[in-house]
Ligand binder design. Sequence first.
Ligand SMILES: [Zn+2]
Length: 162
Amino acid sequence: MNTSLMRINLRKTIIVILGVILIMEMTGCDKPKYKLEFDGYGFQSKKTEYHEGEKVTVTYDMIATDTDYNFYLDCDDVELKREWDSKSYGYTFSFTMPAHDVKISVSSRNTMYIDPDANKAPSETSPVEYDNSLRTDIWFCPECGQKNDMMYCAECGRKKPD
Ligand SMILES: [Zn+2]
């Protein structure tokens, strides 16, 4: 066996080892990562991809006082914890990354606009309502001369004479 042949064999071995390492890196023998997506404006996170089991923290600080917010994930196998951060005046969410992509969504409604009782027309329940059973013919009060159409004088309160 001559030295040049040995050198070729050694080179082949190195190339094979390098190739195996490269393939392992490319196929991710490493743990896979899953995407964190946001549906709605205002969410912030340090990363957009997380390993399974990794703690994910998302902040949301686009808070308006006259608005109700509802936050949810697109899956029900993850528990979303919500905390109010009074320093940044926003919410902090945390959950453990599952073995799939996760999307966090927000739906908001303006309480000023949606609340059906807030815009109720006052005419529906008018507080000024005459009791028609007290209505009577026109009469003039013998006491004060007030013209009346109710059982009692609008001026002095005297009852209509029989
Ligand atoms: Zn009267």
